[in-house]
Design a protein around this ligand. Structure first.
Ligand code: SAM
Ligand code: SF4
Length: 482
């Protein structure tokens, strides 16, 4: 079992969620059903897909039985993510049998990984579309309408969908994801992402700032800037003719991640800025100083370690070692003393010994992470690790190591939560708590979920100060203080 201590970037509760949007006016009488799996990038991409098809008059539905087009936006990161999608496709078979004109499409990473093979393996599927080919969807649907099956899995070196203003789906109107780059050039040996999402490219900085400003004007109060490796964000270009300067930095023609963070932070002090994911080899002191400088850039960094052992990090091709990672943690503690840190860990990577696993445990003792996503290694076809190393750690050993770090993380999550008791947290109210409409919920600057009694003086989208009185291992509980 993979244990997920929830945060927003890979939200287990949203897996398989269907996306619904307000009709935009023109309709072609056809209904789109789209559900998404995997990381926030995929959920963000589904918003781009819905925008492209809304332009062509498609409306969305939350019921695949009544849909004319059924899309599943997929994840390939671990084998169980793919198994989940295959099982879900079986559930669409009955609907397709009743409505043979229904178009069934597979989008995203699994589509890219399997390409036309998907059509051979899953007879139900009419169209297979990779993450850089969504602009082609209207044509591909037309081809299927004309009786063909269709595939477009071309990866691009340029596509960032910068000009597509995504419709926000299932939104609370307060938090939004903003994609700032696509692809990944890192080639970690265990990872399928460079093969499924292509080369890294950064989106036009001004289009990112414009999107954040537009969100703020519509009432949104938090943006999460998304990329597989946000610290290597780099955009060079001129302010396009006719585009009004938006913020400081508009005169800059080469924008790095620290510059971009600052440009977005300056949209408004009332707009919270988060980002994910940072890579330990790339996160610079300049980025840390920018976070420290702006109150509205949240004190929270997701810094995946994967392993605490330098030999394993080397064969994972992570390009940093244990000492480097610890140095980055020390820099975070020095420059942003009240910063929460979360991580990703893989247990049972090829050839990992018990001693090497223990280095991961002691790394957890060193950092005392606020949250962690922990996974057993899952060999992915085509990756460097699959080609070079045997997946030689027995399942029961992987499981034992996973259980050990899960238990350790629970201790540290609780420890971090307990340390907030008696403190006042600035919370952005997101809505009613899941359990009761007598309580509000929202996130602290450090990304902890906070629950507190509703006050009629405040509504979702506003900031409140909450005195923390008690905690569970995942939630702070308190009351509003003026
Ligand atoms: N780009 C991000 C990074 O480098 O941290 C994360 C990308 S990936 C979508 C999220 C996490 O999935 C990784 O950090 C890693 O812990 C995990 N992961 C990736 N490939 C895996 C594999 N083959 N088996 C198990 N976990 C894997
Ligand atoms: Fe995968 Fe590594 Fe790129 Fe993250 S940085 S997406 S783990 S290759």
């Amino acid at each position: 079992m993979d244990l997920l201590i929830p945060d927003k970037v890979h939200d287990e509760t949203r897996q398989g969620e269907a996306l619904i949007l307000e009709p935009v006016g023109k309709t072609n009488g056809r209904k789109l059903y789209i559900e998404s799996y995997g990381c926030a990038m995929n959920f963000s991409d589904s918003e781009i897909v819905a925008s492209i098809l809304a332009e062509k008059g498609f409306e969305t539905t939350s019921d695949f039985n009544s849909a004319d087009v059924v899309f599943i936006n997929t994840c390939s990161i671990r084998e169980n993510a793919e198994v989940r999608v295959r099982n879900r496709l079986k559930e669409f078979a009955g609907a397709k049998f009743r409505n043979p004109g229904m178009v069934v499409g597979v989008l995203g990473c699994m589509a890219e990984r399997l390409k036309a093979k998907f059509l051979e393996e899953e007879k139900l599927v009419d169209v297979v579309v990779g993450p850089d080919a969504y602009r082609d969807l209207p044509n591909l649907i037309e081809q299927v309408d004309g009786g063909q099956r269709a595939v477009n899995v071309l990866l691009s070196r340029e596509e960032t969908y910068a000009d597509i203003s995504p419709v926000r789906l299932n939104s609370n109107g307060i938090n939004a994801f903003v994609s700032i780059m696509r692809g990944c050039d890192n080639m970690c040996s265990f990872c399928v992402v460079p093969f499924t999402r292509g080369r890294e490219r950064s989106r036009d900085a001004h289009s990112v700032v414009a999107e954040c400003k537009d969100l703020f004007d519509k009432g949104y109060r938090e943006v999460t800037l998304l990329g597989q490796n946000v610290d290597s964000y780099k955009w060079s270009g001129q302010l396009a003719e006719g585009v009004e300067p938006l913020a400081v930095g508009d005169e800059i023609t080469v924008v790095n991640f620290a510059n971009l963070l600052e440009m977005v932070a300056l949209v408004s002090p009332e707009l919270r800025v988060r980002f994910s994911t940072s890579h330990p080899k790339d996160i610079t002191d300049e980025v840390l100083h920018t976070i420290a400088k702006y109150e509205n850039i949240c004190n929270y960094i997701h810094l995946p370690v994967q392993s605490g052992n330098s030999r394993i990090l080397d064969i994972m091709n992570r390009t940093y070692d244990r000492e480097w990672y610890m140095n980055r943690i020390d820099a975070i503690r020095r420059i942003i003393p009240d910063c929460a840190v979360s991580t990703d860990v893989i247990t049972g990577f090829c050839t990992e010994t018990d001693e090497e696993h223990n280095d991961t445990v002691t790394m957890m003792d060193y950092v005392k992470y606020d949250f962690a996503y922990m996974f057993k290694y899952s060999e992915r076809p085509g990756t460097l690790a699959a080609k070079r190393y045997a997946d030689d750690i027995p399942e029961d050993v992987k499981q034992r190591r996973l259980a050990q770090i899960v238990a350790k993380q629970q201790e540290y999550s609780f420890y971090r939560m307990q340390a907030r008791i008696g403190k006042v947290e600035k919370v952005l109210i997101e809505g009613f708590s899941k359990k009761s409409d007598k309580d509000y919920c929202g996130r602290s600057d450090q990304n902890a979920m906070v629950i507190f009694p509703v006050s009629e003086n405040y509504k979702p989208g506003q900031y409140v100060n909450v005195l923390v009185e008690r905690t569970t291992s995942a939630t702070l509980i308190g009351t509003i203080v003026e």
